[in-house]
Design a protein around this ligand. Structure first.
Ligand code: GLA
Length: 401
């Protein structure tokens, strides 16, 4: 059974250390940043809304050491993102040039943002390794950005708090890579806490930690559909939300000094303005405002141990992402349908940006093994391909050693 337990972080780092020593003949330091899964609150972050992500036990690590000359050389056996070069090729970061459509665009973007904000980053050699699967909706990009930022700041001898690092990484992705992502992934990769989910208010960026229920496992199942080309669709959703927010702000006569945001709207507002929107824009707005409510409902339900209510909110979230926001796909829908009929499942939904990627499942521990077996078998029968899955846990965010 392809029960993909994550590679143990310590052993991954040990291999990276040995590799670095052999190749570069010196002792490196390390930065580690985790991937994330979002329990609920999807496509709400760039609408100033609420989200409930968890940092997970899948990591991007970078071994690094300064160089004499002012050049930044990066290498990775793990990454095969991009059209240029092969895994294992050494690449020089060129922060004064544009993106190359290569995994090194993420470190380059981070380096450029640091240099722009006046951080004097010395030349360095960086070797990356990662067990966060790329294109699977588990924030491999954020983990790569955050690990890079921590390494480059350590090289420069500077300290920044997690929220500042997250914002800088988000800017790198928005402005350099060209993906207009929100702040959720980078923030939880920086600030996540072991055993807890992070309630994030994306308007104020305030976070509150919510303990995960005991006796329940966090199981991530891959649709095996990579969302490699999803940036265009993602950016389009974001524009549709902006249009809805503009219409609603006009309708409410809100003053124009603050950018319009769906955070300010209720479901009644959205319904009231329906005739002024295209059907598509209306449904995008309905998803966002109802999803915000579902996040708060989930947090309340977790606080009192009402797992049935948690599961209900997750099911409605999935339906809304499928029907109103239109970011699910056949393979994700099939996984959620299968999970919902398996014993011991508290809740299941797609997670992350969508167009492929993974589902997040809360499963009572006693049922986890049979759940994993059943999902593999039934999804293979439904789609012709058995999924990868990870039984994972909530970990603390990024660190440097
Ligand atoms: C991607 C983005 C996040 C967020 C999610 C959807 O993961 O990077 O900022 O918008 O999609 O919730």
């Amino acid at each position: 059974m392809p029960l993909g337990r994550p590679v143990n972080e310590a052993s991954g780092a040990r291999a990276l250390r040995e590799h670095f020593r052999r190749r570069h003949g010196r002792e490196p330091r390390f930065a580690h940043a985790p991937g994330r899964v979002n329990l609920i609150g999807e496509h709400t972050d760039y609408n100033d809304g609420f989200a409930l992500p968890v940092a997970i036990d899948l990591w991007t690590s970078v071994a690094f050491a300064p160089r004499e000359e002012a050049r930044w050389l990066v290498r990775s056996e793990s990454f095969a993102i991009g059209v240029e070069g092969a895994p294992g090729d050494q690449v020089e970061l060129r922060p004064d040039e544009g993106p190359r459509v290569h995994w090194s665009d993420y470190p380059t973007g981070v380096l450029r943002m640091l240099l722009e904000t006046g951080v004097r980053v010395p030349g360095a050699t960086l070797e990356f390794a990662s067990d966060v699967p790329a294109g699977a909706g588990l924030s491999s990009s954020a983990a790569l950005e955050v690990a890079t930022a921590n390494a480059l700041l350590a090289l420069a001898g500077e300290e920044r708090d997690g929220a500042e690092i997250a914002l800088l990484c988000q800017r790198a992705e928005n402005e350099f890579v060209g993906m207009r992502c929100g702040i959720m992934d980078q923030l939880v990769s920086c600030l996540g806490r072991a055993g807890e989910a992070m309630l994030l208010d994306c308007r104020t960026r305030a976070v509150r930690f919510v303990p995960l229920p005991t006796g329940v496992d966090l199981v991530i199942v891959s649709s095996m559909v990579r969302h490699a080309l999803a940036a265009g669709e993602y950016n389009a959703r974001r524009s549709e939300c902006e249009e809805a927010a503009r219409i609603l702000a006009e309708e409410a006569g809100r003053d124009a000094s603050r950018p319009p945001s769906l955070r300010d709207a209720t479901l009644a507002d959205v319904e009231h303005s329906r005739s002024r929107m295209t059907d598509r824009v209306f449904r995008r707005a309905r998803h966002v405002v109802t999803e915000n409510e579902r996040v708060l409902e989930t947090v309340e339900a977790l606080a009192v141990g009402d797992l049935e209510r948690v599961g209900g909110a997750m099911a409605r979230s999935h339906a809304s992402l499928r029907d109103d926001f239109e970011v699910s796909c056949r393979e994700l829908d099939s996984l959620v349908e299968i999970a919902s009929s398996e014993p011991g499942v508290v809740g299941a939904r797609m997670t992350g940006g969508g167009f492929g990627g993974c589902t997040v499942n809360l499963v009572r521990s006693a049922s986890t093994r049979s759940f994993c077996e059943a999902v593999c078998e039934r999804q293979a029968a439904a789609t012709g391909q058995a999924p990868d899955l990870w039984v994972t846990s909530a970990v603390s965010g990024a660190r440097v050693e």
